[in-house]
Ligand binder design. Structure first.
Ligand SMILES: *Cc1c(COP(=O)(O)O)cnc(C)c1O
Length: 441
């Protein structure tokens, strides 16, 4: 391996063709056949395949119920409604997450109080939750961010003491494990995206899982009119059967359900290989100044599919080298999609500051509040520096050590040659990360 940076004319660390190392989802003839079967039967809008998928998914999760949705956003909104978040109520959600962990609460008449994230897990910091609880708080949204399990034990302890519901947003971490428990089964309800970019990829779809019959039925009543019938157990819902109480139509497209059934069969096996590859990558970089793995240290927890994998950047260990300059060097080594940042902290977006979405005559964020929840946004220090703390790393789908070594060497070279990089360091770009999946570069 050349020690000279590719930026300075050395040879690139990454030389091999990655072939299908990054291809996802893995689609075989079995997926294609399953889709064609639904298509030829004209059953795209039915629920027979979806119900099968739900049954199998619930079995895999280990929950009593699973309910399919048209996307993850809808499943999380239904989970909020199922937890009785309504007019004037508050949810507590990390500021650093994809927007669909939070914005739907506006449509329920509620609002969001943002909490800070932990600098190691990058998930909601349990120590920052309690001071944000008021008598209007109904639920905590715990996002297992970038595949890392949120620290659920203290979150559940706090929720128990204040009688709050816990919604797990599992969109980044389907199949992940926290202290021996599957993510999505620890809180009152788990909801997640199964969109085709996620690690559990079926197309456009989402799913809600729970052991609580009332939560399941409230979620169903909200947006599944055709399944909301006399068989419902929750008495107070019965008079409204037949129409969707939320006024939404949320059922899963059966082409997605068909793909989901096939993907589920192979998911654990594929995730195991991803984990082996990603852990090997991080093992190669263990102890390198400037570089820190974003992964679980607890042996009874795991990262499942490593969706949107990131590394933690330790600028102070490289005499303040900017993450923009660091990633520029890594890209030059052949890691084309290594960029700083990820989701920008939500509380800094004008939608959460001054936008009047529903014509209340005041910002929607405080439309039904009796105090200004935005005041609490001032105290989110880790969220504010998050974008300069992380950079994207390759998302390997296969364990092929020689190729993984080439990619790890790209990061190693950048970190080891930091003094040279400091010379031309213009600092971080003004805007790191973005609001959606496709970030501004
Ligand atoms: C993708 C995502 C969602 C929303 O899912 P969709 O299927 O895209 O609607 C929700 N929360 C998080 C954390 C996500 O990444």
């Amino acid at each position: 391996m050349s020690k000279k940076l590719a930026l300075s004319g050395g040879s690139r660390a990454v030389q091999s063709d990655p072939e299908d190392m990054f291809t996802w989802p893995i689609i075989t003839k079995e997926d294609e056949d399953a889709v064609l079967e639904v298509l030829r039967r004209g059953a795209m809008s039915g629920t027979d395949v979806t119900r099968q998928f739900e049954k199998e998914f619930a079995g895999w999760q280990g929950t009593g119920y699973a309910l399919g949705f048209c996307n993850g956003t809808a499943s999380i909104q239904a989970a909020m409604h199922a937890c009785k978040v309504g007019a004037g109520d508050e949810i507590i959600c990390p500021s650093v997450t994809y927007w669909a962990s939070a914005i739907q609460v506006f449509s329920l008449g509620g609002t969001v109080v943002f909490a800070d994230i932990d600098p190691d897990s990058l998930c909601i910091d349990p120590k920052d939750i309690e001071k944000r609880i008021t008598n209007r708080t109904k639920a905590i949204v715990a996002v297992h961010y970038l595949g890392h399990p949120a620290d659920m034990d203290p979150i559940m302890e706090i929720a128990g003491r204040y009688n709050l519901k816990v919604i797990e947003d599992v969109s980044h971490a389907q199949g992940g494990v926290y202290k021996g428990k599957k993510l999505g089964t620890i809180g009152d309800v788990g909801a997640m995206s199964l969109m085709s970019g996620k690690s559990f990829a079926t197309g456009e779809a989402g799913i809600l899982v729970t052991d609580d019959c009332e939560i399941y039925e409230r979620a169903m009543a909200f947006g599944h009119y055709d399944r909301f019938d006399e068989n419902i157990h929750t008495d107070y819902l019965k008079p409204y059967a037949g129409l969707p109480m939320g006024g939404y139509k949320y059922r899963m497209h059966q082409l997605s359900a068909a793909v989901g059934r096939v993907q589920l069969k192979y998911y654990d096996r594929r995730c195991e290989e991803i984990r082996k590859a990603m852990n090997y990558f991080w093992d190669l970089l263990e102890g390198v100044p400037g570089i820190k793995a974003h992964r679980t240290s607890d042996s009874s927890s795991n990262m499942a599919g490593w969706y949107a994998a990131r590394g933690i950047y330790k600028s102070d260990e490289l005499e303040g080298l900017s993450v923009s300059r660091f990633t520029e060097a890594v890209r030059a080594e052949g890691v084309n999609n290594c960029y700083p940042g990820c989701n920008k902290p939500l509380h800094t977006h004008p939608l959460f500051i001054n936008c009047d979405v529903y014509g209340h005559g005041k910002p929607t964020r405080i439309a039904n509040s009796n105090y200004d929840v935005r005041e609490l946004d001032k105290d989110l220090p880790v969220s504010m520096k998050f974008s300069s703390m992380v950079y994207s790393i390759p998302w390997f789908k296969h364990y092929r050590p020689e190729i993984i070594e080439e990619y790890a060497n790209a990061f190693l070279k950048a970190a080891q040659n930091y003094k040279e990089l400091l010379k031309d360091d213009k600092g971080n770009l003004e805007s790191l990360g973005g609001w959606s999946t496709y970030f501004r570069r």
